[in-house]
Design a protein around this ligand. Structure first.
Ligand code: GDP
Ligand code: MG
Length: 164
Protein backbone atom coordinates (compact mmCIF):
# COMPACT_ATOMS: atom_id res chain seq x y z
CA UNK A 1 0.00 0.00 0.00
CA UNK A 2 1.11 3.57 -0.62
CA UNK A 3 2.30 5.62 2.35
CA UNK A 4 -0.34 7.99 3.65
CA UNK A 5 0.24 11.69 4.24
CA UNK A 6 -2.54 13.40 6.19
CA UNK A 7 -3.15 17.15 6.16
CA UNK A 8 -4.52 18.22 9.53
CA UNK A 9 -5.10 21.41 11.49
CA UNK A 10 -7.86 23.57 12.84
CA UNK A 11 -10.53 24.92 10.46
CA UNK A 12 -9.77 27.65 7.93
CA UNK A 13 -5.97 27.46 7.99
CA UNK A 14 -5.92 26.36 4.34
CA UNK A 15 -5.75 22.57 4.46
CA UNK A 16 -8.01 22.06 1.45
CA UNK A 17 -6.26 24.79 -0.51
CA UNK A 18 -2.96 23.03 0.15
CA UNK A 19 -4.42 19.65 -0.73
CA UNK A 20 -5.68 21.00 -4.04
CA UNK A 21 -2.42 22.76 -4.79
CA UNK A 22 -0.43 19.61 -4.11
CA UNK A 23 -2.47 17.30 -6.26
CA UNK A 24 -2.96 19.95 -8.93
CA UNK A 25 -6.61 19.11 -9.22
CA UNK A 26 -9.62 20.58 -7.56
CA UNK A 27 -10.86 17.48 -5.83
CA UNK A 28 -11.91 18.89 -2.51
CA UNK A 29 -14.15 21.75 -1.57
CA UNK A 30 -12.57 25.08 -0.66
CA UNK A 31 -14.80 27.66 0.95
CA UNK A 32 -14.51 30.70 3.17
CA UNK A 33 -16.89 29.10 5.65
CA UNK A 34 -14.86 27.28 8.30
CA UNK A 35 -15.45 23.57 8.45
CA UNK A 36 -16.65 22.92 4.95
CA UNK A 37 -14.63 19.76 4.42
CA UNK A 38 -16.52 17.23 6.47
CA UNK A 39 -15.10 14.04 5.10
CA UNK A 40 -11.62 12.87 4.53
CA UNK A 41 -10.71 13.10 0.88
CA UNK A 42 -7.96 11.04 -0.67
CA UNK A 43 -5.82 11.65 -3.71
CA UNK A 44 -2.72 10.05 -5.06
CA UNK A 45 0.26 12.37 -4.94
CA UNK A 46 3.81 12.14 -6.16
CA UNK A 47 7.04 13.89 -5.24
CA UNK A 48 10.51 13.13 -6.52
CA UNK A 49 9.26 9.85 -8.00
CA UNK A 50 7.73 8.65 -4.78
CA UNK A 51 3.98 8.12 -4.66
CA UNK A 52 1.81 8.55 -1.64
CA UNK A 53 -1.82 8.98 -0.69
CA UNK A 54 -2.67 12.49 0.41
CA UNK A 55 -5.59 12.87 2.79
CA UNK A 56 -7.44 16.12 3.40
CA UNK A 57 -9.28 16.23 6.71
CA UNK A 58 -11.94 18.41 8.24
CA UNK A 59 -10.67 20.89 10.77
CA UNK A 60 -9.93 19.82 14.30
CA UNK A 61 -11.84 21.88 16.82
CA UNK A 62 -10.52 20.71 20.14
CA UNK A 63 -13.09 22.13 22.52
CA UNK A 64 -16.64 21.82 21.31
CA UNK A 65 -20.06 20.41 22.07
CA UNK A 66 -21.14 20.64 18.47
CA UNK A 67 -21.95 17.17 17.08
CA UNK A 68 -20.69 17.85 13.57
CA UNK A 69 -17.44 19.37 14.83
CA UNK A 70 -16.95 16.37 17.11
CA UNK A 71 -17.52 14.09 14.14
CA UNK A 72 -14.97 16.06 12.11
CA UNK A 73 -12.46 15.71 14.91
CA UNK A 74 -13.05 11.96 15.01
CA UNK A 75 -12.44 11.82 11.25
CA UNK A 76 -9.18 13.70 11.75
CA UNK A 77 -8.16 11.35 14.56
CA UNK A 78 -8.79 8.36 12.30
CA UNK A 79 -6.77 9.99 9.54
CA UNK A 80 -3.92 10.56 12.00
CA UNK A 81 -4.03 6.92 13.14
CA UNK A 82 -3.75 5.72 9.55
CA UNK A 83 -1.18 8.23 8.41
CA UNK A 84 2.53 7.61 8.01
CA UNK A 85 3.39 11.32 7.95
CA UNK A 86 1.28 14.24 9.14
CA UNK A 87 1.35 17.76 7.78
CA UNK A 88 0.11 20.12 10.46
CA UNK A 89 -1.15 23.30 8.83
CA UNK A 90 -1.30 26.60 10.75
CA UNK A 91 -2.04 30.21 9.75
CA UNK A 92 0.71 32.83 10.04
CA UNK A 93 -1.90 35.59 10.27
CA UNK A 94 -3.40 34.14 13.45
CA UNK A 95 -0.12 33.18 15.11
CA UNK A 96 -0.14 30.13 17.37
CA UNK A 97 -3.65 29.53 18.73
CA UNK A 98 -4.83 27.34 21.60
CA UNK A 99 -6.28 24.92 19.05
CA UNK A 100 -2.94 24.72 17.22
CA UNK A 101 -1.25 23.82 20.51
CA UNK A 102 -3.89 21.23 21.32
CA UNK A 103 -3.57 19.60 17.90
CA UNK A 104 0.24 19.67 18.16
CA UNK A 105 0.21 17.81 21.47
CA UNK A 106 -2.33 15.34 20.08
CA UNK A 107 0.12 14.70 17.24
CA UNK A 108 3.05 14.33 19.62
CA UNK A 109 1.09 11.70 21.53
CA UNK A 110 0.41 9.86 18.28
CA UNK A 111 4.16 9.45 17.81
CA UNK A 112 3.76 10.05 14.07
CA UNK A 113 6.34 12.14 12.23
CA UNK A 114 5.04 15.67 11.67
CA UNK A 115 5.91 18.43 9.25
CA UNK A 116 4.79 21.85 10.43
CA UNK A 117 3.48 24.12 7.67
CA UNK A 118 2.81 27.79 8.39
CA UNK A 119 0.40 28.83 5.69
CA UNK A 120 -0.56 32.19 4.17
CA UNK A 121 3.04 33.38 3.96
CA UNK A 122 2.09 34.94 0.64
CA UNK A 123 4.97 37.32 0.01
CA UNK A 124 8.15 36.03 -1.57
CA UNK A 125 11.51 36.63 0.09
CA UNK A 126 12.48 36.60 3.73
CA UNK A 127 10.12 34.56 5.91
CA UNK A 128 8.00 36.81 8.15
CA UNK A 129 9.02 37.39 11.80
CA UNK A 130 5.76 35.76 12.87
CA UNK A 131 7.12 32.43 11.62
CA UNK A 132 9.44 32.01 14.59
CA UNK A 133 6.60 31.92 17.10
CA UNK A 134 5.68 28.53 15.65
CA UNK A 135 8.80 26.95 17.12
CA UNK A 136 6.87 27.17 20.39
CA UNK A 137 4.65 24.30 19.21
CA UNK A 138 7.63 22.06 19.92
CA UNK A 139 7.23 19.91 16.80
CA UNK A 140 10.23 21.10 14.82
CA UNK A 141 11.02 23.64 12.15
CA UNK A 142 8.11 25.62 10.73
CA UNK A 143 7.97 25.64 6.93
CA UNK A 144 6.56 28.89 5.53
CA UNK A 145 4.17 28.17 2.68
CA UNK A 146 1.49 29.83 0.63
CA UNK A 147 -1.01 27.18 -0.35
CA UNK A 148 -2.74 29.76 -2.52
CA UNK A 149 0.37 30.59 -4.55
CA UNK A 150 2.37 27.42 -4.05
CA UNK A 151 5.37 29.17 -2.45
CA UNK A 152 7.40 26.98 -0.13
CA UNK A 153 5.49 23.80 -0.86
CA UNK A 154 8.55 22.21 -2.50
CA UNK A 155 10.69 22.54 0.64
CA UNK A 156 7.75 21.30 2.71
CA UNK A 157 7.34 18.26 0.44
CA UNK A 158 11.08 17.57 0.69
CA UNK A 159 10.64 17.37 4.47
CA UNK A 160 7.67 15.02 4.01
CA UNK A 161 9.70 12.93 1.59
CA UNK A 162 12.50 12.54 4.13
CA UNK A 163 9.99 11.09 6.62
CA UNK A 164 8.27 8.69 4.21
P1 GDP B 1 -9.40 24.56 5.64
O1 GDP B 1 -10.63 24.81 6.44
O2 GDP B 1 -8.21 24.42 6.53
O3 GDP B 1 -9.52 23.45 4.65
O4 GDP B 1 -9.12 25.93 4.82
P2 GDP B 1 -9.44 26.28 3.29
O5 GDP B 1 -8.47 25.62 2.37
O6 GDP B 1 -10.89 26.04 3.05
O7 GDP B 1 -9.08 27.83 3.29
C1 GDP B 1 -9.68 28.73 4.20
C2 GDP B 1 -9.52 30.15 3.69
O8 GDP B 1 -8.14 30.51 3.67
C3 GDP B 1 -10.03 30.34 2.25
O9 GDP B 1 -10.61 31.62 2.17
C4 GDP B 1 -8.76 30.28 1.43
O10 GDP B 1 -8.87 30.99 0.22
C5 GDP B 1 -7.77 30.95 2.36
N1 GDP B 1 -6.38 30.53 2.09
C6 GDP B 1 -5.91 29.26 1.99
N2 GDP B 1 -4.60 29.25 1.71
C7 GDP B 1 -4.20 30.55 1.64
C8 GDP B 1 -2.93 31.20 1.39
O11 GDP B 1 -1.90 30.59 1.15
N3 GDP B 1 -2.95 32.55 1.43
C9 GDP B 1 -4.07 33.28 1.69
N4 GDP B 1 -3.96 34.60 1.70
N5 GDP B 1 -5.27 32.71 1.90
C10 GDP B 1 -5.34 31.36 1.90
MG1 MG C 1 -10.99 22.06 4.29
Amino acid sequence: ALPVVAVVGRPNVGKSTLFNKLIGQRLSIVEDTPGVTRDRIYAKGEWRNRSFMLVDTGGIETVTDDVILKQMRRQAELAIERADVIVLVTDVRCGVTADDSAVASMLQKSGKPVVLAVNKCDSIGEPPMELYEFYNLGIGDPFPISAAHGHGTGDMLDAVYDLL
